[in-house]
Ligand binder design. Structure first.
Ligand code: GLC
Ligand code: CA
Length: 556
């Protein structure tokens, strides 16, 4: 693969509502990000991805866009965004935006016109269909629960389609005119000097045009929509056109959300003929639940996790580039999800996880607060949850026969609110995020876990991330850690061990993914210890003895 500028980036994901509130109304904003650029610069990241800041009724916190061209006033103005781009550039930080083009808000002008007038050209911008025998056109369940079909008011038997909430009607990608409008919008944004996009739910844009019922798989008598509107053949035709009409005209970076993509199909996403620069592979991310339902927890093992992780790396390496991540705004905190022994939640767990994923082949993404080792936050009743999907999953769990307390427990482990609590800047009122009560409950552990405390402490999770970034970006190991090949190494089931090779250099990453001491046989001698989350390193004969959750990066 030819070298590309975006392989060199380290991306930091910002959930703007929860990052920093500059005007004390309880909601994070664009100027808040600008004020914290120095913190990000210090950390060492080179690019930020901001979740949607466009005009929106906020049914799904901005993933329901009512105007692609304007900024939501809670977040600020277009001038604020221009200033952010400029100030970021001064610090050599690039910016990518979220691109949400599978659906719009139902309050978007196009959809409003489509509803109002059946003769309007905008009708065909969305998916309208007649019901059958008093029922919706198909029995598909939307991602946020309930039917994917919503009845059109004042029409006898007409429904519109939504993969997500009913306030997020899906665009009709079969319509070329609609597609052209999207491409023009994308190009207008790229002209403004952003570096590219994170592309939302893009594998949903093609629907199975047969509109067949699926097998019922829940007490709601519905069938998961995934088999009918996600990763459907024909997707690649839309991808090709979009790429030619937009991304190809700019030297931009794009990263696609790509849940549930099988490896034989990744070539339409990435690589020489793929649409995007890189993709988020969720095949090892959603290891803890079945079919993304929080009430279907899975008892996963490190061995399985390792197999999925290695498969992802080796398959993607064959043709393209990946975007390793541990967290995002839809995931719980990785420490709670992946470190089973709570004793190690404060330092060794988070730093081991960091080492494990950060040196994989690909452009690493860090989600806000991950660099502090932030943890999930326990809530006690459903009213305390903000996320639309938390409410949907709660309802479904009850329908499936779980008790309320059980449903809350599922949400505490898995709800998207876990990663959306306000960023803890310091041990002060509302964690220094705002002087006003934040829009969502604060994680109460901010007294202990906060940026100020960690920036001052050379033994913090933050300091570890900083060191990790410096090694990837600026050390003599840069080429190997960025461009080197990935090779899995055999080891104990609970040790994750791999190497990166480039020219004559070999770097090995060893992670003890357990609370037991483990030993690993060393076949060659160690040239240098590049990184260690413990102070020391122990040997016995030809074996390295690893402490619980110890991680090492070494040169052989
Ligand atoms: C993506 C986003 C998620 C959103 C959904 C619908 O999965 O990451 O937050 O709810 O798309 O836009
Ligand atoms: Ca604000």
């Amino acid at each position: 693969m030819n070298k590309k500028w975006w392989q060199n980036e380290v991306v930091y994901q910002i959930y703007p509502k929860s990052f920093f509130d500059s005007n004390n109304d309880g909601i994070g904003d664009i100027y808040g990000i600008t004020q914290k650029l120095d913190y990000l610069k210090e950390l060492g990241i080179t690019m930020i991805w901001i979740c949607p800041i466009y005009q929106s009724p906020m049914d799904d916190n901005g993933y329901d866009i009512s105007d692609y061209e304007n900024i939501h006033p809670d977040f600020g103005t277009k001038e604020d965004l221009e200033q952010l781009i400029l100030e970021a550039k001064k610090r050599n930080i690039k910016l990518i935006m979220d691109l949400v083009i599978n659906h719009t808000s139902d309050e978007h002008f196009w959809f409003q016109q489509a509803l109002k007038d059946s003769k309007s050209p905008y009708r065909n911008y969305y998916i309208f269909k007649e019901g059958k025998d008093g029922h919706p056109p198909t029995n598909w369940r939307s991602v946020f629960g309930g039917s994917t079909w919503e009845k059109v008011p004042h029409e006898d038997n007409l429904y519109y389609f939504h993969s997500f909430s009913k306030k997020q009607p899906d665009l009709n990608w079969e319509n070329p005119q609609m597609r052209q409008e999207l491409y023009a919008m994308i190009n207008r944004w790229l002209e403004k000097g952003i570096a590219g996009f994170r592309v939302d739910a893009i594998n949903f844009i093609k629907k199975d045009q047969r509109f067949l019922d699926g097998d019922i798989d829940g007490s709601d008598q519905l069938s998961s929509c995934f088999d009918y509107c996600r990763n459907i053949p024909g997707l690649e035709v839309f991808f090709d056109e979009m790429r030619k009409e937009t991304f190809d005209k700019y030297d931009c970076m794009t990263v696609s959300e790509a849940v549930g993509v099988d490896y034989p199909n990744v070539h339409s996403f990435i690589g020489e003929h793929g649409c995007f620069s890189m993709m988020f592979d969720f095949n090892y991310t959603n290891i803890d639940v079945e079919n993304e339902d929080v009430f279907k927890p899975l008892n996963w093992s490190v061995k399985e996790y390792k197999e999925l992780l290695f498969k992802s790396q080796t398959e993607i390496q064959k043709l393209g580039w990946s975007a390793p991540f541990l967290e995002n705004h839809d995931q719980p905190r990785c420490v709670n999800k992946l470190i089973k022994d709570k004793k190690y939640h404060d330092y060794y767990g988070p730093t081991m996880l960091a080492t494990m994923y950060f040196y994989l082949r690909g452009t690493p993404f860090i989600y806000q607060g991950q660099e502090l080792g932030m943890l999930n936050f326990k809530r006690t009743s459903i009213e305390e949850f903000d996320d639309i999907n938390a409410h949907a999953q709660y309802q479904r769990a009850l329908e499936e026969g779980f008790r309320k307390e059980e449903a809350i427990e599922f949400l505490n482990n898995r709800s998207r609110d876990n990663s959306r609590t306000p960023f803890p800047w310091k041990d002060d009122l509302y964690g220094g995020f705002s002087k006003h009560q934040p829009w969502i409950l604060m994680n109460e552990n901010y007294h202990k876990i906060n940026a100020m405390a960690q920036v001052q402490n050379p033994k913090s999770v933050y300091a570890y991330y900083q060191k990790m970034i410096t090694i990837r970006q600026q050390s003599e190991y840069h080429d190997t850690l960025v461009y080197g090949t990935f090779e899995p190494l055999e080891s104990d089931d609970e040790i994750i061990c791999y190497k990166r090779c480039y020219a004559k250099q070999t770097v090995v990453v060893i992670c003890n993914f357990s609370s037991q001491k483990k030993s690993i046989k060393m076949r060659s001698s160690i040239k240098k210890i590049i990184l260690n989350n413990y102070r020391d390193i122990w040997f016995k004969e030809c074996h390295l003895i690893l402490n619980p959750y110890q991680s090492l990066v070494i040169e052989l």
